[in-house]
Design a protein around this ligand. Structure first.
Ligand SMILES: [Zn+2]
Length: 287
């Protein structure tokens, strides 16, 4: 190896050493820039997520289920899809009866549940039907002993005492309790303020209705007409019907109609806020 060759080798080595450093520096810089970019993107995103979560929580704070359903329904009315968020509670009064099992069969076939407001004497006469109501996931509610406005309000606590009797009968049959009640003929105009207060103070949740099918004095087709007429334009319906032959005959068609109109059919839950004439929650979804 001569001197020239040695020089060339040194030069080549120097050259490659230099290149290595350069590559290292460029590579490092790229990595650094990428890391800075990545960190800032994550920062911006998490800021946005935080701000979104904050405003959302603020919007939800202090809202009741009712007002959420209301604002949800109102929001939907602005858009093209008006069906989302529509709810109907099927409530069936004056049972149980010889029709209860058939009603439950129709509910099950349509995969929906209802709320039964039962009279004390009928619970005693049809205990198996009371059990059947509960067993199939429906809500058991009470509908007094006397079903008579002249007896319900003889004293401040007489209505409350009738519902306590319902409670005892129901507990004896099913081992369960319920706080959901409906006053015969509704809570207005017959119910005095003191009677209403006594019920509420005892923890009872009083439900009136927004749609009367008038089934007790109607034919099946008239019931259907009433449902169509009174449910149109409404997004949150408490539908009143009774354990009557003509009602049972039209129930399947009624459920299918309500579903086709976009209603979700729900049973009243024990935790639901009561909706009645007194607390102003009855028509709160329709301003
Ligand atoms: Zn009744």
């Amino acid at each position: 190896m001569n001197e020239n060759e040695l020089n060339l080798k040194d030069k080549l080595r120097d050259f490659y050493e230099h290149k290595k450093k350069e590559t290292f520096l460029i590579g490092g810089s790229i990595l650094l820039i990428l890391s800075i970019l990545l960190v800032s993107i994550v920062k911006i995103n998490s800021k946005e997520v935080l701000a979104f979560a904050k405003s959302r929580n603020a919007a939800l704070e202090g809202e009741t289920i009712t007002s959420m359903v209301y604002s949800g329904a109102e929001e939907m009315q602005k858009g093209p899809s008006k069906t989302y968020g529509k709810v109907v509670y099927l409530t069936i009064d004056d049972g149980p009866s010889e029709y209860t099992d058939e009603i439950i069969k129709i509910l099950n076939k349509n995969n929906v549940k209802a709320t039964f407001f039962m009279i004390n004497g009928n619970m005693q006469a049809y205990p198996e039907q009371v059990k059947n109501i509960v067993k199939n996931g429906n809500t058991a509610g009470f509908h007094s002993v006397s079903h008579d406005i002249h007896k319900l309000y003889v004293s401040k606590t007489s209505a409350k005492e009738e519902f306590d009797t319902n409670q005892a009968t129901f507990k004896k049959i099913t081992g369960q309790t319920s706080k959901v009640i409906r006053l015969p003929f509704g809570s207005k105009p017959y119910t005095p303020r003191a009677s209403y207060n006594a019920l509420v103070d005892s923890g009872y949740k009083l439900w009136d209705w927004t749609l009367d099918t008038e089934d007790w004095r109607s034919t099946s087709s008239q019931i259907m007409e009433n449902v169509k007429k009174y449910s149109s334009g409404s997004d949150n319906v408490v539908l009143l019907m009774h354990e009557r032959k003509q009602t049972v005959e039209i129930l399947d068609e009624m459920i299918k109609y309500l579903k086709s109109e976009g209603f979700e059919i729900l049973p009243i839950k024990q935790s639901d806020e009561a909706r009645n004439y007194w607390n102003g929650k009855l028509f709160s979804e329709e301003n």
